[in-house]
Design a binder for this molecule. Structure first.
Ligand code: TPP
Length: 643
């Protein structure tokens, strides 16, 4: 590997998957090699999901060579492994814009290409989607392009989530021809946990990977065959040597495998056979290596799951140094301290030990930390019962993934008043992962729940106090949110001090206009305040700390003492500002003429870019706050002229 663009003579001739159909099997092997080199080279320039793509290059080429995409619907689960697919499906010219503003998405996206029939980024949806396409096909749905087969490619990590099993249960029952390719690399982001993972490992630990002949025969024999004898013979053979996968068979799938996902000949052989012969749901178990063919990724603990831009030769990442600690790290360290003081504190992550910082908690307290796999729903209910059992669980999830466990938050935790502590990381806009990962909705969906305490940290020191608050508060459920990225560099307290529930804090006393901030926009508010002070308007600034319960006294005071009140938060409409507006309306404050404005995320899904650009697009930066203050005071025009 070198830092120069790789030579890709054969790949250069492939504009769309139709071009693969003209190539020999040996040439397809070469296309796969070139595709791997091109993928690694592109990610070195853009950053992104590095390990998953190289693990599926052979699979990507083989599927596109055998099936007829985009007519056949190919659905990549999570779709962080879709970069090679994008290169083969007419997007190679833009592959070096991955995850950048106005560039290609890092995931499949319906609006981007007809080869992306179903968008994804949250896991374990692909089998449901494939089944939906298949049923639409059978019932005469007529989209453009017309419907053909449906193929889901799903990783072993994603296969562990409930949704995948719900879909297989349904698909096995309906018995329709469809294909699930289980891409088993024995990795999730971290090594996968749980009984399913052990089951899959056993499936191939106990028997060698199949050679081509046996695999193709295995596939054949699982399918209807005109010759009963041959079918019988094959069945016997399979029973005794070739077939594992009893669990999948019990669910109604024909099981083929395990096969070597880097052996092009074997892949092509098996896919051609099942393509020709399947008349019901088939699960093809493919063994691959995450990061395959790129040593730095293969050697990394996470197999190069996600990376910044890097040097291809050395694998060294090009990250800019930061001055402040990340919120995630601050959270983890505060939780460890709380855990040292209280042995009832336990922590739960859903397959994100590193991303949430719980790997550090697990190192310190291995018995008190649980990685439940990609299973947010289970994780939340599990925490509910841990709380009912007298422990103090911190249910630690990214805002976007907590969405999946929402009924469990409502039904299993809030309704029963159980003191689960929700630590909500990646709250607000997240940058390159884009709209699928934005933490936009948690304020709204948590603050509307009776009995839920909802906090947002304005900076990293506040986060330390909120961890302490959540640890101390045992009267019901609580949540605190904090964003992706680094803190603002404030002085850190030695230890967290529990906050008074439902009380905000004054930051600065000013006049005429009050700005009430919830969360980390506070630093932008302070920048805006400086600019406004230079214009002769010093706003009052307060940090609400709580969206629930609201600090009524503080808010009513701000409303009474000022001509205008502006709220600001990193969340969608329906959150903090809405609660404040509702309270003020009910108190009759608007009857006496308070000017009220609420700054929230726009009512649209914001595409990937860097976080600063995203907040600029959202209109939540200092300049927007300044403009809002001027406008509400009727000085908007003056402001624009002076600016
Ligand atoms: C609902 C949900 N929870 C968590 C994640 C974060 N996540 C992204 S990829 C991934 C691991 C997926 O593992 P696997 O399916 O085995 O694919 P691999 O990366 O190994 O190819 C996780 C946990 C997610 N995308 N969706």
């Amino acid at each position: 590997m070198s830092n120069d663009r790789p030579a890709t003579p054969l790949l250069d001739q492939v504009q769309t998957p139709a071009d693969l159909k003209r190539l020999s099997d040996a040439q397809l092997r070469q296309v796969a090699d070139e595709l791997r080199a091109e993928t690694i080279s592109a990610v070195s320039e853009t950053g992104g999901h590095l390990g998953a793509g190289p693990g599926v290059v052979e699979l990507t080429v083989a599927i596109h060579a055998v099936f007829d995409t985009p007519r056949d619907r190919l659905i990549w689960d999570v779709s962080h492994q879709c970069y090679p697919h994008k290169i083969l499906t007419g997007r190679r010219d833009r592959i070096r814009t991955l995850r950048m503003k106005d560039g290609l998405s890092g995931f499949t996206k319906r609006t981007e290409s007809p080869y992306d029939p179903f968008g994804a980024a949250h896991s374990s949806t692909s089998i449901s989607a494939a089944l939906g396409f298949k049923v639409a096909h059978d019932l005469g749905g007529a989209p453009d392009p017309a419907l053909g087969d449906a193929i889901a490619v799903i990783g072993d990590g994603s296969m562990s989530a409930g949704m995948a099993f719900e879909a297989m249960n349904n698909a096995g029952h309906l018995g329709k021809r469809m294909f699930v390719i289980l891409n088993d690399n024995e990795m999730s982001i971290a090594p996968p946990t749980g009984a399913l993972s052990s089951y899959l490992s056993r499936l191939y630990a106990e028997q060698p990977l199949q050679d081509l002949k046996a695999a193709a025969k295995g596939a054949l024999s699982l399918l209807p065959h005109p010759l009963q004898d041959a079918a019988h013979r094959a069945k016997d053979m399979l029973k005794h040597s070739v077939v594992g996968g009893t669990m999948f068979e019990e669910l109604g799938f024909k099981y083929v495998g395990p096969i070597d996902g880097h052996d092009m000949e074997q892949l092509l052989g098996v896919l051609r056979t099942v393509h020709q012969r399947a008349d019901g749901p088939v699960l093809i178990h493919v063994i691959t290596k995450k990061g395959k063919g790129y040593r730095p990724a293969e050697m990394a603990a996470d197999k190069g799951h996600a990376t910044a831009k890097f040097d291809v030769l050395t694998g060294k990442q090009k990250k800019s140094p930061s001055n402040a600690p990340s919120y995630t790290k601050v959270f983890a360290e505060a939780l460890i301290k709380a855990g040292e003081a209280d042995d009832k504190i336990v922590a739960v992550t859903a397959a994100m030990p590193d991303g949430t910082g719980l790997n550090l908690f697990a190192e310190r307290f291995p018995k008190r930390c649980f990685d439940v796999g990609i299973a947010e729903q289970h994780g939340v209910t599990f925490c509910g019962a841990l709380a009912a059992g007298g422990l103090k669980p911190f249910c630690t999830m990214y805002s976007t993934f907590l969405q999946r466990g929402y009924d469990q938050v409502v039904h299993d935790v809030a309704l029963q008043g159980l003191p689960v502590r929700f630590a909500i990381d990646r709250a607000g806009l997240v940058g390159a992962d884009g709209a699928t990962h934005a933490g936009s909705f948690d304020i709204a969906f948590m603050a509307n729940l009776p009995g839920m305490v909802v906090m947002a940290a304005a900076d990293e020191a506040e986060l330390v106090h909120m961890v302490a608050t959540a640890a101390a508060y045992d009267d019901g459920p609580s949540a605190f949110r904090f964003p992706r990225g680094e803190g603002v560099g404030v002085e850190m307290p030695e230890r967290g001090i529990p906050l008074e529930i439902g009380k905000g804090r004054m930051i600065q006393q000013g006049a005429r206009v009050a700005i009430l901030s919830f969360g980390t926009r506070l630093s932008e508010v302070m920048k805006a305040s400086e600019a406004l002070t230079a214009r002769g308007i010093t706003p009052t600034v307060a940090d609400a700390r709580f969206a629930k319960p609201l600090d009524r006294d503080l808010i009513l005071q701000l409303a009474t003492d000022h001509e205008a009140l502006i709220t600001i938060e990193e969340g969608a409409v329906g959150g903090f500002g809405s609660h404040v507006a509702q309270m003020l309306a009910n108190e009759g404050v608007f009857d006496t003429g308070l000017k009220f404005r609420s700054m929230v995320l726009p009512d649209s899904f914001i595409d990937h870019a860097n976080p600063a650009d995203m907040y600029a697009a959202a209109g939540l930066n200092a300049a927007d706050i300044e403009a809002k203050v001027l406008a509400v005071l009727g000085l908007g025009q003056v402001g624009v002229k002076r600016a």
